[in-house]
Design a protein around this ligand. Structure first.
Ligand code: SME
Length: 165
């Protein structure tokens, strides 16, 4: 398994990077039931696989406050600690249970600028085996319009296979 070699390989298409990183994620997380370990592993492997991924991590549903997210395992610059379901792209993904793709975060009302270098992002809700929302996966980029339906399909597939099956 090689990880770092994806970075800087400019000709490699998004789909083939996802295919490889998906295999890597399943091979490392197979049989592991600890949610934190799996979130840390996914954050690390995705972050190293894609040049454009600037911040990759999870905000988990606070068990004591069911309408609030608290930062979980991540790779990147300092993230905000807490986000209510009423705020930001993460909050919207948590509240609606639907993936959010934002081409320009500066046009998103209520976007939380944990890092002013972020310009686009995708946030994928994470459900457990009982279809209960447990977290969101947040991936940020310093470029505009980094994420599209291909990212959505692959990230949702990986997240579902690791946390919901
Ligand atoms: N992007 C988020 C905030 C979290 S950070 O970017 C790490 C949002 O607006 O929901």
């Amino acid at each position: 398994m090689s990880i770092k070699c994806y970075k800087g390989v400019l000709l490699m298409q998004k789909e083939s990077i996802y295919k490889q990183v998906e295999t890597d994620i399943y091979s490392v997380t197979e049989g592991e039931t600890n949610v934190v370990a799996n979130m840390a592993t996914i954050s690390c492997l995705l972050n190293f696989a894609f040049e454009d991924f600037y911040w990759v991590g999870f905000y988990v549903v606070d068990p004591d406050k069911t309408n609030e997210l608290v930062v979980g395992p991540y790779q990147g610059t300092l993230g905000c600690l807490r986000i209510t379901f009423e705020r930001g792209v993460c909050g919207k993904a948590a509240k609606t249970g639907k993936t959010q793709i934002i081409d320009n975060v500066h046009n998103f009302p209520g976007h939380i600028a944990c890092d002013s270098q972020t310009n686009s992002e995708i946030v994928v809700p994470v459900f457990d085996k009982h279809k209960k929302l447990i977290a969101v996966l947040d991936v940020d980029s310093t470029k505009f319009s980094t994420f599209d339906k291909i990212d959505q399909l692959w990230l949702e597939k990986i997240i579902t296979n690791v946390f919901s099956n």
